[in-house]
Design a protein around this ligand. Sequence first.
Ligand code: GLA
Length: 358
Amino acid sequence: MLFEKGSSQSAAQSTADKQPTAGNTAKGLKDYYAAYFPIGTAVSMRSLTGPDAQLIIEQFNSITPENAMKMGPIHPEENRYNWATADSIVSFAQKHGMKVRGHALCWHEQTPRWLFKDSAGNTVSKEVLLNRLKEHITTVVNRYKGKIYAWDVVNEAVDDDNSRLLRNSLWYQICGEDFIIKAFEYAHAADPNAILFYNDYNTERPQKRERIYQLLKKLVDAKVPIHGVGLQAHWSLTEPAENELRMAIEKYSSLGLKIQFTELDISVYPWEKNRRQKLPTDVDTFTPEREQQQLEQYKKVFAIFRDYKNVITGVTCWGISDRYTWLDTYPVAGRKNYPLLFDQDRLPKKAFNAVVTF
Ligand code: GLA
């Protein structure tokens, strides 16, 4: 057992029992942050048993299915849902007293083949697509009503191109911006108690921040049932800068929205959107320099999270340990990355220590 269950120890601890040793963190991340916000991780079916499950139980009090509730996996055919993995994840959380963030009801990626087409292969009308969205959201949200406390309702609708507000996805091409409003309305009707989020990446970069703010403001002003904004937090050794992160939190929360960091990882490489190939010159070891810079970045962002604990209602890491991360395959396939707080042996990294020492 890595932490004492029911321990009444507060965040203000003596340094002695904060030092993680091999295979032993005196307490879990969630215990250090008990007075701040839940600490979550993204999970798959595979992580619900064995040593990953053990680490999840010890460290985290919230989980997000990494893929299982996306529309493609959970709703592969128009008249067929695939509940098995999602159900297992929700029961795991219930068994261990964890919160679940649902992810994601409406996104332009990982969509099922049938979604945008009719049986003749033609693109569907706006009316048909909104009906499909309604049926999907109502069914999924309803199934987990009372068990999933928060949903990422719309994911990544704002464009990367600074001259446009919304991404030119099929959702947008067919429905205009109505799909966003409708998605929130359907989710709210299905579970009026669920906390509903708009979720996106690069949320601290000034130009994207302004456009996301513009979208959120429109939704809030129109009284769309949106309660929070998810900042994915796929970050790097150099991004975000402290002032950018603070500004983003202040700006979004000024709309009365809660903030969650929903997919936190700190890549040891700069973001290279257009590179897929590993090059012979790539050094993909976790060098002491990278370890140090990553530790400082983790320390900085968690200190800022603590500063804004009155508006931050959750921080979720996008994975459990460096043994598995989506960043090993994306954007550069086959380049090992080390973005999380536990190493490939599932032991706490120095960055872990930096995050729990305050
Ligand atoms: C986005 C999505 C996540 C996940 C990551 C990559 O951030 O919101 O669900 O797919 O990309 O793992």
